[in-house]
Design a protein around this ligand. Structure first.
Ligand code: RB5
Length: 149
């Protein structure tokens, strides 16, 4: 799969384990993340990943900030993006099965890198269930975007 990946300065330490995991799984990575801890603004990285998806340069996105919260909020402002903040395995699986999440937000600070690797793996390998009721709800989410136009 083609994955757009980005982290802010607070998640620089989490880059290597996640990028290693993506490489080990054989994914093609477009790395748009911060490389050092000079202060940055997480919405810029959410936007970079969203742009990559909109341009068709990537199939899925991974975004990482200190908590995972801010970058997830920002990503969900972008058209067609369904970003899930995942800190446990159940959410990793269900955000794919039921929500067809196309962007994964992970926590970069004070979090076990091995657990993040596992969450990343589970999220990437889990397909969307595709049931009518799940698709109907996703379509309703898409229509919420139109309310803001
Ligand atoms: C940056 O200090 C931090 O606020 C950011 O990485 C993130 O945790 C925001 O939600």
């Amino acid at each position: 799969m083609r994955i757009a990946f980005a982290n802010d300065h607070a998640a620089v330490a989490m880059r290597q384990p996640l990028l290693e995991e993506l490489a080990a799984l054989g994914h093609e990575v477009l790395d748009l993340g911060a490389r050092d801890e000079s202060r940055t603004d997480y919405p810029d990285f959410a936007r970079a990943v969203g742009d990559a998806l909109h341009r068709g340069q990537a199939d899925r996105g991974i975004v990482v900030c200190g908590t995972g919260v801010g970058i997830c909020i920002a990503a969900n402002k972008l058209r067609g993006i369904r970003c899930a903040l995942v800190t446990d395995e159940y959410a990793a699986v269900m955000s794919r099965r039921h929500n067809d999440a196309n962007v994964l937000a992970l926590r970069g600070r004070e979090f076990d890198p091995d657990l993040n690797r596992k969450l990343l793996r589970r999220w990437l390998e889990t397909p969307f269930d595709g049931d009518e009721r799940h698709q109907r709800r996703i379509d309703k989410i898409a229509r919420l975007e139109e309310l803001n136009e």
